[in-house]
Design a protein around this ligand. Structure first.
Ligand code: GRF
Length: 198
């Protein structure tokens, strides 16, 4: 059986990308084929290169808000790499339906909240503001609606007294690094049943 090829899109440090790449070994049905960033200074690019993964950069800034033109360039390295699955991992650009529809049913994202709670940004501060007793992260299939789409996995963490957005984010991030690899392994094997971690 040949492996599913996975392209991972990042914008920053790429800790989720590293967790995914390092999980794709042995009898895992997938292998990384590309790490792609919209930011040439993304720390994850170096971490991918250290792991022997092909990298590419398509800087969004020259396109000055012309999302379609940016996405026309962004999609090229993904197609050239022959990716079967696309994983957004700390990728901070909103993608239009034009791009998303090219990967219907095979593009995943991790979002740092228990969706459908707290779509968008500043999720940890919003959970604290709301006085939630627990928080967490979600892996979902990407559709045209932001942070929407079928849920493929969730991991929960307690909110603790004295938590700040940073302490809560760090606790969630630890779970992201467990959840995303578990979901990708199951998804690459053709199983969409949700992974639910405590
Ligand atoms: C993390 O806060 C994560 O919740 C979100 O993107 C941020 C950076 O992740 N998905 P990474 O370290 O670049 O993977």
């Amino acid at each position: 059986m040949s492996h599913k090829k996975v392209a991972i899109l990042i914008s920053g440090g790429g800790s989720n990308m590293v967790a995914l790449v390092d999980s794709m070994t042995g009898d895992h049905p997938a292998r990384p084929c590309l790490v792609l960033s919209n930011d040439a200074t993304a720390g994850g690019l170096q971490r991918a290169a250290e792991r022997g993964i092909a990298t590419a950069v398509v800087d969004h800034r020259p396109f000055k808000g012309d999302r379609a033109a940016f996405e026309e360039e962004l999609v090229k390295p993904i197609l050239d790499a022959g990716a079967d699955i696309v994983c957004l991992a700390g990728f901070m650009r909103v993608l239009t339906d034009g791009f998303v529809s090219r990967f219907t049913g095979r593009m995943l994202n991790i979002h740092p909240s228990l969706l459908p709670l707290y779509k968008g940004l500043h999720t940890h501060a919003r959970a604290l503001e709301a006085g939630d007793a627990e928080h967490g992260c979600t892996v979902h299939e990407v559709t045209a609606r932001l942070d929407d789409g079928p849920i493929l996995g969730q991991a929960r963490v307690p909110v603790l007294p004295g938590d700040t957005p940073d302490t809560l984010a760090a606790r969630v991030l630890e779970q992201e690094h467990r959840l995303y690899p578990a979901v990708l392994r199951r998804f690459a094997a053709g199983d969409r049943s949700p992974v639910l971690l405590g």
